[in-house]
Design a binder for this molecule. Structure first.
Ligand code: DGL
Length: 255
């Protein structure tokens, strides 16, 4: 029996999902949240799909064993390869997976140039390729894998010289291209938003899937009659497969 005052489980390969957790807490301040970051196995984006499927299944099992009433897969990479498996395994539980915010980036602009930054796996998988094909006649869409950002954020570096050097080099080829929108298609990336804007050197609008994922989670809880009836404020518990990494998650949550 699912308890309406149980926590919402939130999962990512590491600290990235904290950018989604921030939004979840902002939109649902009375809910309790249990966060699990799998930093011991990060990055996911450069792994094989079957490995990410197995790691995601283990993370979900862990959060449900701890009594979570719903699950937010706050990792675009895990969503792209494992969301269908999770929904099959837990058919009675609300499960929400984040996806790159390509839709608003295309529809809020008139035939825009859109750069989608994400992990190699997200950009390669069927789910994103279908999304891209759907919008390809309304926008010019460029793809850019950026595994170096994940590594920096995992270390807690959100604006150091290493990060700036990396961003400058990967964004260099897009200087000559007109970009109206940049999709932050990996949950680690919103933490380096300012650095991206600075290194991009053009006035593109940035889109991140966190707010939409939080709205969808709220809708799903309401539809299932699972919103908390506790007075709040809710409790946020941070856990990690590398326990010493929790301090970095906490720092990012407070940014
Ligand atoms: N934060 C993850 C995402 O949204 C994955 C980063 C990684 O582990 O490669 O895709």
């Amino acid at each position: 029996m699912v308890q309406r005052n149980a926590p919402i489980g939130v999962f990512d390969s590491g600290h990235g999902g904290i950018s989604v957790l921030r939004e979840l807490v902002r939109q649902m301040p009375r809910e309790d949240f249990l966060y699990f970051g799998d930093s011991a196995n990060a990055p996911y984006g450069t792994r094989r799909a079957d490995e990410v499927r197995a790691l995601t299944a283990a993370a979900a099992a862990r959060l449900f064993e701890q009594g979570c009433k719903a699950l937010v897969v706050a990792c675009n990479t895990a969503t792209s390869v494992a969301i269908d498996d999770l929904r099959r395994a837990y058919p009675d539980v609300p499960i929400v997976g984040i996806e790159p915010a390509l839709k608003p980036a295309v529809l809020e602009n008139d035939h825009p140039g859109v750069l989608v930054m994400a992990t190699e796996m997200t950009l390669r998988e069927e789910k994103f390729r279908r999304q891209m094909a759907f919008y390809s006649d309304r926008a010019t869409i460029y793809r850019l894998p950026a595994p170096g950002i994940v590594e920096c954020v995992e270390r807690g570096d959100v604006d150091g010289p290493g990060l700036t050097g990396y961003l400058t080099s990967i964004l260099e080829p897009f200087r000559a291209v007109q970009l109206d929108a940049v999709v932050l298609g990996c949950t680690h990336f919103p933490f380096v938003r300012e650095a991206i804007v600075r290194c991009l050197k053009q006035p593109a609008r940035l889109y991140d899937g966190g707010p939409g994922t939080a709205r969808e989670t709220r809708r799903r809880l309401e539809a299932a009659g699972l919103e908390t009836d506790a007075p709040g404020p809710g409790r946020v518990v941070l856990t990690n497969s590398r326990p010493e990494a929790v301090a970095i998650s906490r720092m990012l949550l407070e940014l």
